[in-house]
Design a protein around this ligand. Sequence first.
Ligand SMILES: [Zn+2]
Length: 292
Amino acid sequence: MSKTGARRNPLFAGLVAEKWARENGIVSLPVRPKEIAESLDILVQAKSDAAAGVSGMLLRHGDAFCICYATHIRSVGFQNFSIAHELGHYLLPGHPEHIFAGGDVHASHAGFTSSDIYEAEADHFAAALLMPDFLFDAALRKVGEGLAAVEAMSRLCETSLVATAIRYAQRTSVPAAVVLSTGGRLDFCFMSKTMQEFGSMTWPRKGELLPGGVATERFVRNAANVTEGHRAQEDGDLRDWFGCRKVAMEEEVLGLGPYGKALTVITTSTFADDDAELDEDVEDCWTPRFRR
Ligand SMILES: [Zn+2]
């Protein structure tokens, strides 16, 4: 089987982007995907009338390529991500063969919500290209942890809050989780490596309801909190989210505006091998908290 038949892997796509950035003279933030496209002789055009949900397109005409990016969301971060996602389709092994199999136009749904593996790979490529590890990690160390750090990195990298939060979960050294939800249901949950070390956690999945009673669940009950961009911050317990042992944590939630999405950032300074707070009521530790 050819390269196109290789097992697809979104995390590998991120590594390809970082390698590309390292080998092609990316030395500071923000990374500018439009300039990268131009350096590859790819034409870049804004498209104000993209179909609903389409973030961008990669078009082929003979040997020439063009990236169109949607402008209905007027955020530089969203537009940068859309362009970087198309660069992923252009640069990732096996992608051109796949996306152009049925014609010369590929329409994308960037933003970590598509279940298509090629879209997921292009998303991870985009996040890693715009926020390569060798620049992101050093900058992150200067801005701390939690939602404020995500917001600071989003400004520095000119990336959307959502993409930055996911990258934060991938790169931070502290136990952290980021959750995107719409109308009280999960779009996704990403956990940092040190968060996953807690083990035996219920990993919330797409479409599930938020756990009853957690700060985010109460926050989104009032839709205006979300659409008007309010925020909340509360001390909580990891157990209420993930059904693990009791661990004190901080939960921060931010309404992302008219599209009805809320971003939650959960962080704790307790690591899985800090066993000082082993709790007394172990028996109800393993109750899954998420409802279908
Ligand atoms: Zn795509």
